[in-house]
Design a protein around this ligand. Structure first.
Ligand SMILES: [Fe+2]
Length: 364
């Protein structure tokens, strides 16, 4: 592992006892536990690659051994910065009184509804033209095509993340979790972040328990899954951990690290890797697009139809592109749909064949 890309988690941010802080209610109010949804989409493609003894000689070696990697320069830096600028121009158009030059407006009432102080899942955000163009970048898709051995891929459209530093109004608690149901076995999904801002040691970014993916099955053998917390995400492929659980991973040799990345890098991690975000301690506004790609052939016709219908409504789904398909619904402010919600993106994506295939609308 390249030490320049990781740093210890700042000790000023200790894990709290709370592990399900800040999840959003959505207008659909989805509630699923592990046993009540079909697993679907099971495959051994990545697992069989992980078992190869021969080295790949690229970032895949780190991905399979450590449970995560950073693909450097997937998008040229200058282009990534353009995406970030477009994201901020889009953000500036919300009509809640936010002013980027006035930090007193960097508060909940002046910002769109976000999960954990940064994830924007409503407002058709994930379907804005800039988000789709980012997901269609060949340098972003190529690593996933390499991992899966096919370029006939679906992409997730779940959220974008714009996290402001120095927020005083958020009660932030870490939420260590995995994005794979305990009922799935083995390495089944590699999820991604298109990184548009600096993510150094003090910037906001992804934190993870290095090596935890390898302990997935052992953990659940020794610690049977607990029912989800009341306000945990309702999707199937999500499991939250307590502080004691994190200690179990640390006692088994895992180290909590911050993944460092630059604009244009793509972070890819095994969905069994325990992770959560760190809030910025610098002045940098964290800006990312979530993007996970999986083979289209893994999706059932029912899930493809559901995904296409969610796409046509410009709603978000989950991190999983081919299964675990749920509509996120509209952002809720309190008990009502946020007045800033919308039916379509401000700048609609161009509906190219590539977009429609990645969205599951057109077949390969
Ligand atoms: Fe996650």
């Amino acid at each position: 592992m390249a030490p320049s890309r990781i740093s210890p988690t700042p000790e000023e941010l200790p894990l709290s006892q709370t592990y399900n802080g800040g999840y959003l209610k959505t207008s659909h109010g989805i509630k699923h536990d592990y046993a009540d949804t079909k697993v679907g989409g099971v495959n051994g493609i990545l697992a069989s690659q992980a078992q190869k003894t021969e080295k790949f000689g690229d970032w895949r070696d780190e991905f399979f051994s450590e449970g995560y990697t950073v693909v450097k320069g997937a998008i040229p830096r200058a282009k990534a910065i353009q995406y970030r600028e477009r994201a901020m121009e889009w953000f500036d158009k919300f009509d809640f009184g936010f002013d980027i030059n006035d930090k007193s407006t960097w508060t909940k009432e002046h910002l769109p509804v976000m999960m954990n102080a940064g994830m924007i899942m409503g407002y058709c955000a994930t379907h804005e033209a800039w988000a789709w163009e980012g997901r269609c970048e060949c340098g972003v898709i190529e690593p996933f095509a390499k991992l899966w051995g096919t370029d006939e891929l679906l992409v997730s459209f779940d959220a974008v993340n714009i996290t402001f530093p120095g927020r005083k109004d958020v009660e932030w608690t870490p939420w260590p979790h995995i994005d794979q149901s305990p009922t799935r076995k083995g390495l089944a999904c590699a999820q991604g972040i298109i990184n548009l801002s600096e993510s150094g040691p003090l910037d906001g970014g992804l934190q993870l328990l290095q090596g935890s993916s390898e302990l997935f099955e052992q953990f659940f053998q020794e610690n049977p899954p607990k029912p989800k917390a009341k306000d945990a995400p309702g999707q199937f492929d999500w499991y939250g951990f307590t502080l004691e659980d994190v200690k179990w991973f640390e006692d088994h040799g895992c180290k909590l690290i911050k993944v460092e990345a630059e604009p244009g890098d793509v972070i890819i991690w095994d969905s069994r890797t325990v992770h959560y975000a760190s809030l910025p301690q610098s002045e940098t506004i964290r800006t990312i697009i979530y993007a996970t790609y999986t083979p289209s052939k893994l999706a059932t016709p029912e899930d493809l139809a559901l995904k296409a219908s969610i796409f046509h409504r410009y709603e978000g789904t989950t991190h999983w592109p081919h299964c675990n398909i749920f509509a996120q619904g509209k952002a809720m402010r309190g008990d009502s749909i946020c007045p800033g919600e919308r039916e379509e993106p401000l700048e609609k994506p161009e509906l190219t064949d590539q977009v429609l295939k990645l969205a599951g609308v057109l077949p390969y």
